[in-house]
Design a protein around this ligand. Structure first.
Ligand SMILES: [Zn+2]
Length: 292
């Protein structure tokens, strides 16, 4: 089975010149890259980085791969499949995104998509992107729910504004997808949303406030929660351009609650609430234990 159809030159590219880095080529990275790649023109570049090889257990939720690919490098196969549907330059990197290569990789790109499954890496991406002023999409998924948010350094709240305690608070198994799993279509929705954030920004239609979209499969519900920057954020304080405000809600949206929603996916708390990180720990850690 081949998931993509060739369309070389048949569709006009939305973005003629951009350099995008997708970190992680799992359940989130596959739909994110697939959704984005057809919008990139011939002068654009898409880099995908993943250290892992394809396993049988990956196939159900990683649609770029099939059984003939088992044992091959995810980044290599992803580039091969994506090339069918784009004229942009594709580059695979067979490595783990970590502190040793983070600065160099981020600095070489105009936009980053966080499609990782590890909370520490998610905050590393946040910190490096904020420091180097490279916008990025955060995405996370567990069981039947997920969430995504675009971050524009110097303009919007960053991940640490929303979850100030960072990944260190992830000390329990609540929400872990090692015991709750990921529903593949939910990862597809969230991965595609991360690509939409990239396209939105690269087309000049980016947002000036961080809005997290929280998706729950049951009832097909989307909630949008808007965050403002924290004046004491350890990542983006130095680039602060506006006063810190309390979390506000998008018009017509329900207020924030720390109670898990129907999926068991907890909602981030107000920036002013001290245990927001516990929620983030559950959400982000849940993706860390899966082969997304
Ligand atoms: Zn921040």
């Amino acid at each position: 089975m081949y998931p993509l159809s060739a369309n070389h030159g048949l569709k006009p590219a939305l973005i003629e010149r951009a350099r995008v880095l997708v970190i992680g080529m799992g359940a989130l990275g596959c739909p994110a890259a697939s959704s984005l790649v057809t919008s990139l023109g011939a002068s654009s570049q898409l880099t995908v980085i993943d250290p892992d090889q394809i396993e049988l257990s990956n196939l159900q939720r990683q649609p770029l791969f099939d059984d003939a690919d088992i044992g091959a490098q995810k980044a290599a196969v992803a580039v091969e499949k994506l090339a069918v549907d784009t004229v942009c330059t594709l580059t695979p990197i067979y490595a783990r995104f970590d502190a040793n290569n983070a600065d160099e990789l981020v600095a070489r790109h105009d936009y980053v998509i966080d499609a990782t499954d590890d909370p520490t890496t998610k905050f590393l991406i946040n910190d490096v992107c904020v420091r180097l002023s490279v916008p990025f999409s955060y995405a996370g998924v567990v069981r039947t729910g997920g969430q995504a948010m675009a971050v524009v350094p110097g303009t919007t709240a960053c991940l640490r504004c929303v979850f100030p305690d960072g990944p260190d608070s992830a000390e329990d198994d609540r929400g872990s997808c090692s015991n709750q799993g990921i529903l593949a279509p939910v990862a597809g929705v969230i991965g595609a949303l991360a690509a939409v954030h990239a396209i939105e920004h690269l087309c000049g239609a980016g947002r000036d406030r961080a809005t997290m979209t929280i998706y729950e499969l049951r009832g097909t519900r989307f909630r949008r929660v808007t965050f403002d920057r924290r004046h004491d954020c350890c990542a983006c304080t130095s680039t602060a351009t506006s006063e810190t405000k309390n979390v506000s809600h998008a018009p017509g949206e329900p207020g924030l609650s720390n109670a898990p929603n129907e999926s068991g996916l907890s909602t981030p708390r107000s920036c002013e609430e001290s245990d927001a990180s516990v929620v983030v720990g559950a959400d982000l850690r849940s993706t860390s234990t899966c082969h997304s």
